[in-house]
Design a protein around this ligand. Structure first.
Ligand SMILES: N[C@@H](CCC(=O)N[C@@H](CS)C(=O)NCC(=O)O)C(=O)O
Length: 280
């Protein structure tokens, strides 16, 4: 899968480069964009990468412009690989009513099995296989990887990190911890995966974690003033799964923080230092 990537834009930041690329995705069957921060160290050697998965309504630019992650990534010599949240393009299926929680901007990091979604919505394989192969073939990255994300992307990071050994540590902000039992998850999985709920389990972080006897290092931060906490995120399910598995995930409530990028910007430094300590 050694395909070409084309630079769309590039800015200098903290001595490194914040770059946006586009490419034709074989897995998603459409043109995609993603962003990469290359720290200054990447001029001289291949560096490890933290993959970032964003939440509902986002593309690759929310994190690059709002999280303020570049300063610490430059210090630690970490690349940031920032993905989009769904396939894109005029022929890509979307929610018929234009809802924000299904279709464009809401791929949920699953491989859809149901029409009309399955033609493009293969985000699990895109993040696990195509994107790492693409960036490692074209950019000065070594094969050391960590994965992180926010909300729907926190769900994606936990699920992918628990299932795939290629990521050495996992972190999440405000993740959707138990999507098989919340409205966002049930709507998305019902559409993308169909009514057979057995197929949903492979994409539920709480269910995956409780079945594990060990897991990679995990750090989760959840704000107590997050409007989505009660109805959608179910951090308590992840805490119970962590106790059942004994896998030692750090799951922290942060008093007074909400669901926004101000929360992410506050704690991203701790997450990047956590990943760097596990990558080295
Ligand atoms: N639009 C939705 C919420 C969408 C939302 O909060 N998206 C989060 C991820 S779940 C986000 O990161 N938004 C983009 C941003 O803040 O830049 C609503 O109004 O209920």
């Amino acid at each position: 899968m050694n395909q070409a990537i084309e630079k769309v834009s590039s800015q200098l930041a903290f001595g490194g480069q914040q770059i946006r690329f586009k490419h034709q995705s074989q897995v998603l069957n459409c043109e995609m964009q993603f962003s990469v921060y290359l720290p200054p160290q990447a001029e001289h050697r291949a560096v490890p990468a933290v993959y970032w998965l964003s939440g509902l309504t986002c593309n690759d630019e929310n994190f690059s412009s709002k999280a303020g992650a570049q300063r610490v990534a430059a210090e630690l010599g970490l690349a940031l690989v920032i993905a989009d949240t769904s396939p894109r393009g005029e022929d890509v299926a979307d929610d018929p009513d234009g809802a924000y929680d299904l279709g464009l901007g809401a791929g949920f990091y699953v491989n859809a099995t149901e029409a009309p979604w399955k033609a493009h919505y293969q985000m699990y394989d895109y993040i696990v296989d195509e994107l790492p192969a693409l960036v490692e073939a074209n950019l000065p990255l070594n094969q050391q990887r960590a994965i992180s994300g926010h909300s729907m992307g926190g769900h994606g990071a936990l699920v992918i990190g628990l299932r795939e050994s290629k990521f050495s540590s996992i972190s999440a902000f405000s993740p959707i911890c138990h999507p098989t039992s919340c409205p966002w998850g049930q709507k998305a999985f019902g559409n993308y995966l169909g009514e057979d709920k057995a197929s949903w389990r492979q994409y539920d972080a709480a269910l995956l974690l409780q079945e594990r006897s060990s897991a990679p290092p995990i750090m989760v931060d959840q704000g107590t003033a997050d409007n989505f906490l009660e109805q959608q995120l179910d951090t308590e399910a992840l805490i119970k799964a962590n106790q059942l598995s004994g896998s030692g995930a750090q799951i922290r409530y942060q008093q007074g923080y909400d669901h926004s990028y101000y929360f992410i910007a506050t704690f991203i430094e701790e997450h990047l230092r956590f990943h760097a300590s596990n990558l080295n």
